[in-house]
Ligand binder design. Structure first.
Ligand code: XIL
Length: 360
């Protein structure tokens, strides 16, 4: 059992996610947390609380508004939430100087009502920027000024209500070179240090994260992050966390040195977190892909539980009903632990069982 206890959350007495008895309490899916206790199936949140780990999901705000079973599952299954889209710059400042915080505020209110932490995602990225942020229109000096203003505005708006910020997202290529973005081209590599300093200035309490994909194991990409963190730390830049998105695919497997990688960042004084986990597969699904998927989810969860400062494990959506995967990866899907009907797959039971073992 991890030492850090979390605020009490009512234990669930049923594992069904749909209210349908067909999926409830299947004896093969739940290992009892204590051999002598009656088998009690619980949601991920309750068991993660007992394991001392925050478990989260990305939230689709339209689904949260329109889909009551989805909404109930977000509250019941998770102790942190991340806005899947509504905290991105294109959503918060669609026109220069005109902010729209409404959708993000709804998520913050939901999280408060359900005693959940919020992971803020994301301040600096090359995607989903507003159309008016266009290097043809703005000089480097102007771009630096609008980026600074954006970070100060957004972090100030959510001050005290965001637990972690993904300050910069996806700054490196897989080969460890700097990604060619509007920010690199116009501001140089120093934009990363600037972004962290501005965010920290606006909310000194928030934990500030780097975030990327394909950075689970030790690789050219994670080496680049390691060197960057050392550099930032040496310069006194407030950087607190290494975020591993964790977008896996069954055909590529899971890097075996994920824990080793987390540990080296923790030795630099950082927290670590899995921030966007999903495990997609080429469709159609079959039993071996489904098994590999469960193993992918648990391999990352295990690494988090074995690490010393891995503070949260977030799914990039928990149901295939709203997953981003089919829209982006041709011919792939079924990437989350619950299917389109919110019926649990083996991955769901595997996550819960792994958390239950850690909670003993
Ligand atoms: C994705 C969302 O899930 C989609 O709805 C949106 O259309 C595009 O962005 N890495 C990230 C996330 O950091 O912000 C991305 O989210 C998925 C990949």
């Amino acid at each position: 059992m991890k030492v850090r206890a979390l605020a009490g959350v009512a234990l669930l007495t049923t594992m069904t996610l749909t209210g349908s008895p067909a999926t409830a309490g299947a004896p093969t899916t739940a290992a009892p947390a204590h051999p002598t206790a009656p088998q009690q199936a619980t949601g991920l949140r309750a068991v993660a609380d007992r394991a001392g780990l925050r478990i989260g999901t990305a939230v689709d705000m339209n689904a949260l508004a329109d889909d009551a079973p989805y909404r109930a599952a977000v509250a019941r299954e998770f102790s942190t939430v991340t806005a899947e889209n509504v905290m991105k710059w294109e959503s918060t400042e669609p026109q220069r100087g005109v902010h729209d915080w409404a959708a993000a505020d709804r998520l913050i209110d939901f999280a408060r009502a359900n005693r959940q932490k919020v992971r803020g995602h994301t301040l600096v990225w090359h995607n989903q920027n507003p159309a008016w942020v266009n290097e043809r229109d703005l000089t480097p000096a102007q771009l630096r000024a609008v980026l600074r203003q954006h970070i100060i505005d957004e972090v100030t708006h959510f001050k005290g209500r965001v637990w972690h910020w993904d300050v910069v997202n996806e700054v490196f290529n897989d080969d460890g070179t700097w990604r060619d973005t509007i920010w690199l081209r116009n501001l140089g590599q120093g934009y990363v240090a600037d972004a962290f300093r501005w965010a920290h200035q606006a909310d000194p309490q928030a934990k500030l994260f780097l975030n990327d994909y394909n950075n689970e194991g030790v690789s050219a990409k994670s080496d680049a992050y390691y060197a960057l963190v050392k550099q930032l730390k040496a310069a006194g830049v407030p950087v607190h966390g290494y975020g591993v998105q964790g977008h896996l695919a069954v055909q590529y497997g899971v890097p075996g040195d994920t824990l080793t990688n987390l540990r080296r960042f923790e030795r630099l004084g950082l927290q670590t977190a899995f921030t966007e986990v999903d495990v997609r597969m080429p469709l159609p699904a079959d039993p071996i892909k489904v098994q590999a998927q469960a193993q992918g989810f648990t391999a990352l969860l295990q690494a988090c539980l074995l690490a010393d400062r891995c503070v949260s494990y977030t799914l990039w959506g928990f149901t295939d009903r709203y997953s981003w995967v089919p829209g982006v990866f041709d011919g792939e899907g079924s990437a989350t632990p619950l299917d389109e009907n919110l019926t649990p797959k083996p991955a769901y039971a595997a996550l819960r069982d792994t958390l239950a073992i850690a909670a003993r």
